[in-house]
Ligand binder design. Structure first.
Ligand code: CMC
Length: 428
């Protein structure tokens, strides 16, 4: 037993459990010997106190409101970097040299096209299908197009899948949107940069030229940086759990998209805008806050609270600051921004929100910016998915590179019937 071990004593056993230390953050008790030595499992619904893996990608200190990608503070990346550079950083672990950046950008640009058959696949959807449903299905369908390069054990094939996913996600996302509104699907213009290319595929119409607005592109790029990774959140953990079975990267990321869709996770940005629209006027804020505090109402303030941040979400701080700037520069006067600010002010002074340490999260202001960029509400979570793809696939690769990977397979506290004899149908 090392002096760092933790001793757990039950009425029948005493077991010594080693501590696992990272480079930062709390140490973890390795409970792997627990079942073998005591016959007990641990019980942690929602994994609130459980580290499921080791990772060197992203670090969060939720008490202090710190977020680092590969050691770099999110504030510095937001100010000085751009999304594709951040994607490289997440994937490779280091900031690229100019030559590495050039090669990476070239590769991503080379892989932006989607197979023509994906169009037919999208055409199978009903016209009013939610774009998240179409994105999830079309990303999963990529496994059917690239099964010849799906050897998870080959580092080059893993990297190729990462490039393909980062490159094709905007193409698939824009195609899903355009199909849903009956516009012709656009091919990616590879003379444009990543974000401009996406905006072009979203908004270009055959009947008139599209003037791309640099303010919009810069704002979207910044939002993509802020959403690119967030350590073991629900969707990333889903990607890892699916990945742990040996599933291919496209299927793993499609599972991540499905997990992201829920309103407790990435779906919150869409839900925030709906909530602000329903509040409709600053005079209704008191009622909304009272409802959010009433456990019987089933209503929560969307865009508030976070499992890890018990302080301001650093991403929310950055987005809050940029919301004014972007709306001013685009000449948009959105009353929802005033309602959001008033709501934040009221909630932050309210005893319930103070006691529960509920602060605005990344999704609280992002929808207002997407709206100013003319991104439709149903596409908000899709925007999140485009950005988070860089994180998901970085985690999927890390999981395959790290030795000792095992299938993710939690246990349970069984609360069902104890053994009983089958009763024939005519005797029941
Ligand atoms: N409004 C009102 N009460 C809340 C809220 C909220 N938004 N969030 C948490 N609470 C209360 C909750 O009722 C509980 O109260 P009590 O202890 O008295 O029963 C307490 O705070 C803890 O809540 P929890 O559900 O146990 O906390 P969690 O860590 O499991 O959930 C959360 C975190 C983000 C799911 C939750 O805060 C929430 O539902 N927020 C609204 C949805 C949202 O904005 N999600 C986006 C999260 S950030 C981006 C992302 O992950 O995609």
């Amino acid at each position: 037993m090392s002096s760092n071990d933790v001793t757990l004593t039950t009425p029948d056993h005493s077991v010594s459990l080693p501590l696992v230390e990272g480079t930062q953050g709390p140490s973890c008790v390795d409970v792997a010997p627990l079942y073998r030595e005591t016959g007990h499992f641990t019980f942690d619904p929602g994994f609130a106190a459980t580290a499921a893996c080791k990772s060197a990608i992203t670090f969060i200190d939720g008490e202090k409101g710190v977020l680092l990608y590969r050691g770099y503070p999110i504030e510095q990346l937001a100010e000085k970097s751009r999304f594709l550079e951040v994607a490289y950083l997440l994937l490779e672990g280091e900031l690229p040299t100019p030559a590495q950046m050039h090669t990476f950008e070239d590769k991503v640009t080379h892989h932006t096209m989607m197979h023509e058959s994906v169009k037919n696949f999208l055409h199978g959807f009903h016209y009013d299908a939610h774009p998240m449903a179409m994105l999830c299905a079309s990303v999963a369908s990529l496994s059917a197009f690239y099964h010849d390069t799906n050897d998870n054990a080959d580092p080059a094939q893993r990297k190729l899948a990462a490039i393909r996913l980062i490159a094709k996600m905007p193409t698939l996302a824009a195609a899903a949107y355009r199909y849903s509104i009956g516009w012709p699907i656009r091919y990616p213009r590879n003379n444009l940069e990543y974000v401009d290319r996406f905006l072009h595929m979203m908004f270009e119409v055959p009947s008139e030229p599209l003037e791309l607005n640099p303010v919009a592109a810069k704002a979207l790029d910044l939002l993509f940086i802020l959403h690119a990774d967030h350590e073991q959140n629900a969707s990333t953990s889903t990607v890892r759990l699916v990945g742990s079975t040996g599933a291919n990267p496209y299927a793993s990321v499609a599972a991540g998209i499905a997990a992201l869709w829920g309103p407790a996770h990435g779906g919150a940005n869409e839900a925030v805008l709906k909530m602000l629209t329903e509040i409709g006027d600053a005079k209704n804020i008191g009622k909304a806050v009272a409802r959010a505090k009433d456990k019987n109402s089933g209503f929560r303030l969307m865009g508030f609270g976070h499992r890890v941040y018990k302080n301001f979400d650093p991403r929310a701080k950055i987005i809050r600051g940029m919301a004014h700037e972007v709306l001013d520069e685009l000449g948009v006067d959105d009353p929802l921004l005033d309602i959001a600010m008033k709501l934040e002010e009221v909630a932050l002074k309210d005893d319930y929100f103070i006691e529960h340490k509920l602060y605005p999260n990344v999704d609280f202001y992002s929808g207002i910016i997407y709206k100013a960029l003319k991104i439709p509400t149903s596409m908000f979570t899709v925007m999140f998915a485009i950005a988070r793809t860089a994180g998901w696939i970085s985690h999927w690769i890390e999981q395959h590179e790290m030795p000792g990977g095992r299938i993710g397979r939690p246990r349970q506290v069984y609360v069902g019937a104890t053994p009983r004899a089958f009763v024939a149908l005519d005797k029941r």
